[in-house]
Design a protein. Structure first.
Length: 73
């Protein structure tokens, strides 16, 4: 998905970024992995970073996506 224009300010300077919390990128995990009584870290192999497209001018986030959705199954 390559977005060309910000819907907020009509700027054409759109960049891709990684969403982070403190010192590490945020990760998506399948919901099912938290519904079981599995050991604490057993779900860690099923995750993917979350990235986004944002406007360089106003900071509006145009969309977020999971980088490797096939790892979540």
């Amino acid at each position: 998905m390559e977005l060309k224009i910000c819907p907020q300010c009509n700027n054409k300077d759109i960049h891709r970024g990684i969403i982070r919390a403190a010192h590490a990128p945020l990760h998506m995990f399948p919901e099912e992995s938290f519904k079981t009584n599995a050991p604490l870290n057993s779900h860690l192999r099923k995750n993917s970073k979350i990235s986004s497209y944002y406007c360089q001018d106003c900071g509006y986030i145009l969309g977020m996506f999971v980088d490797e959705p096939h790892k979540l199954t």
